[in-house]
Design a protein around this ligand. Structure first.
Ligand code: HEC
Ligand code: HEC
Length: 323
């Protein structure tokens, strides 16, 4: 009797496992629908200049898509080729950063701009699959999106094959059931007027420079935001010794006791951001941010003074991982 029950439970479990793996396998190729943003390309010099500024400055595309062995140049904020190849080692597997030069075979030269813009805005790749949510450009304005892609078109195409991302078993399960394309919250603006207002600072910090994305706790599996905004405490591996050190983002909210910026004047903030990297392990794109204008930094500073203060003490931003 017992034997029989065991046998049937065993078969039941087996059927379940098989069914689950089949479902997981089938759901690896899930395709999603999303509208194509209406992004016009331009060769106007002011637009191209704006594009270069966004790509190598606040939008920091270069930090992830830049040539991997050009670390020093990236930290200087230099114009490096955007040939990709950097790998993110995550609990779900390895995600590779693609080549975004206009090379027709290995880059984005053969992909329609509206399909690329859709990937950034709605998290749906040109082939309909989901984009892992590394990039903060869901609410980037039409005008800025257009400047970015107009500029990318003018870059030198570089042939550089980047491997396909590889998910592990956990990653496949997560992809099958938990990851959905992330899109904009609300209507995306056509243009956001550039000035030193809180409103413009909010736009940069949330929708271009990703201050919010790193200075808020995230779920490492899905990328979902799980902590109070800008309160810090998000852990990321050291970019130079990932097995030995990790970095923890400081609290950028205006909490008088635990906020990193407590006591910083606007000028001190601008000077710090223009000062570049102090902790070599840090994943913060200090190089590109060095290129940010005083006025853009003023706007970010002013915005950060208005976010909800959160009491969250981040003791150390660089932590040694016990061996
Ligand atoms: C934090 C790192 C990071 C930053 C910053 C970043 N990217 Fe990406 N980008 C990625 C990763 C990782 C992928 C691949 C995601 C995936 O495969 O799901 C990607 C994918 C893309 C793709 C999709 C290519 C395709 O055909 O699927 C485009 C286009 C792109 N990025 C453009 C940009 C631009 C333009 C910027 C700057 C405005 C930028 N990225 C900034 C990490 C980054
Ligand atoms: C890719 C992740 C990432 C992004 C994006 C990011 N940061 Fe950071 N930030 C970090 C990490 C990690 C640290 C701690 C290590 C360090 O100080 O470099 C940090 C530290 C800081 C510090 C403290 C520096 C000091 O010397 O005390 C400030 C201020 C700061 N970030 C502001 C910003 C602002 C403003 C933005 C957006 C314009 C931003 N960060 C975007 C990861 C990030």
């Amino acid at each position: 009797m017992i034997k029989k029950i065991l046998k049937w439970t065993g078969i039941g479990l087996l059927v379940l496992v098989v069914a689950l793996s089949v479902t997981v396998a089938m759901r690896q190729n899930l395709k999603y629908e999303a509208p194509y943003p209406d992004i016009a390309l331009s060769t106007d010099s002011a637009t191209l200049k704006r594009g270069e500024y966004l790509v190598y400055g606040p939008g920091h595309c270069a930090d992830c898509h830049g040539k991997v062995d050009m670390m020093e140049a990236k930290e200087n904020g230099d114009i490096v080729p955007l040939i990709g190849g950097y790998q993110f080692n995550l609990p779900v597997g390895t995600v590779y950063v693609p080549n975004i030069t206009p090379d027709k075979e290995t880059g984005i030269g053969n992909i329609e701009t509206k399909a690329l813009a859709r990937a950034l805005r709605y998290g749906v790749k040109p082939d309909g699959s989901v984009v892992f949510d590394f990039m903060p450009f869901h609410n980037t304005s039409d005008a800025d999106m257009s400047a970015i892609f107009s500029y990318l078109k003018t870059m030198q195409p570089v042939k550089h094959e980047v491997p396909q991302s590889k998910l592990n078993l956990l990653g496949k399960v997560v992809k099958a059931f938990l990851i959905k394309p992330v899109g904009p919250d609300g209507d995306v603006p056509k243009v956001v007027e550039e000035d030193t207002s809180v409103e413009y600072g909010k736009y940069l910090a949330n929708s271009v420079a990703n201050c919010r994305g790193c200075h808020t706790k995230r779920d490492l599996m899905t990328g979902a935001f799980i902590g109070p905004e800008f309160a810090g405490g998000f852990e990321m591996e050291s970019i130079v010794e990932p097995t030995k050190y990790k970095c923890v983002t400081p609290n950028l909210t205006p909490d008088p006791e635990t906020g990193r910026l407590a006591g910083w004047t606007e000028q001190a903030f601008i000077n710090r951001l223009h000062g570049g990297k102090a902790i070599r392990h840090s994943a913060m794109p200090w190089g590109p941010f060095k290129r940010m204008s005083d006025n853009n930094l003023k706007a970010i500073y002013r915005y950060l003074q208005t976010v909800k203060p959160v009491h969250n003490k981040v003791e150390k931003t660089l932590v040694e991982i016990p061996a």
